[in-house]
Design a protein around this ligand. Structure first.
Ligand code: PGA
Length: 235
């Protein structure tokens, strides 16, 4: 079963990088790899208008109401988003998002026709204690079928330390083994955590690594283009 690779740019709380307006991906590339951009809420509309396929970095399951500072999944959908990140470790850590809330976001996103990319991953302490699989299994437990999973070990995010291809493959195969029926073949599992132009190919060459969720390196459009090229080469 071949899964179309997906490379996603998580710009986090950064302005669009210089040169972003030229980042629109040519159709011949998009036929071979799906590319998504996750700009700040303020930048989403301009990026969509410029032809980028965009998603929200977060979306609240409730449609509207007294939730100061939040944006709903429905609002993202109405703005033209195609996808949403759910449960990024920075949201879990800084905003106390729970597995239950993440599952509710994923459910609502699917209902709205937004593609949820759900982030899971262990801390360094959990890995050193040999609990990484247990932690990820728990994070996955409540999720609906039909999501894309992003394995992002917390110790690799923004640190310059990447999981080795073997560590990534081992966890991705474990995640896949937990999926039932057809979902085992069809679900894409992305790797995230200091993926860059230099290490993308060896990670993406792993049989259960179906793409990448890229933070820092996505802020350099040339480097991001190299990661997209690596995904095509590994497909
Ligand atoms: P990073 O971020 O590539 O800067 O490690 C990845 C992410 O947090 O999604």
């Amino acid at each position: 079963m071949s899964r179309t690779p997906l490379i996603a740019a998580n710009w986090k709380m950064n302005p669009p990088p210089t040169g972003w307006a030229d980042a629109a991906i040519p159709p011949e590339t998009l036929a071979r790899v799906e590319v998504l951009f996750f700009p700040s809420f303020l930048d989403i509309r301009a990026c969509i208008a410029a032809g980028l396929h965009c998603g929200g970095q977060y979306g609240r399951a409730e449609e509207k109401g007294a939730f100061t500072g939040d944006v709903s999944l429905k609002m993202l959908k109405d703005a033209g988003c195609m996808a949403v990140l759910c449960g990024h470790s920075e949201r879990r850590k800084n905003h106390g998002e729970t597995d239950e809330q993440v599952a509710a976001q994923a459910d609502t996103a699917l209902d709205l026709g937004l593609h949820p990319i759900v982030c899971v991953g262990e801390t360094l302490e959990e890995r050193n204690a040999g609990k990484h699989q247990e932690v990820v299994k728990e994070q996955l437990k409540r999720l609906p079928l039909g999501v894309t999973v992003a394995y992002e070990p917390v110790w690799a995010i923004g640190t310059g330390v990447t999981a080795t291809p073997e560590q990534a493959q081992e966890m991705h195969a474990f995640i896949r083994s937990l999926l039932p029926g057809d979902a085992r073949d069809t679900t894409r599992i992305l790797y995230g955590g200091s993926m860059n132009a230099a290490n993308a190919k060896t990670l993406l060459d792993q049989p259960d690594v179906d793409g990448g969720l890229v933070g820092s390196a996505s802020l350099n459009p040339q480097e991001f283009a190299q990661i997209i090229a690596a995904a095509i080469g590994s497909a």
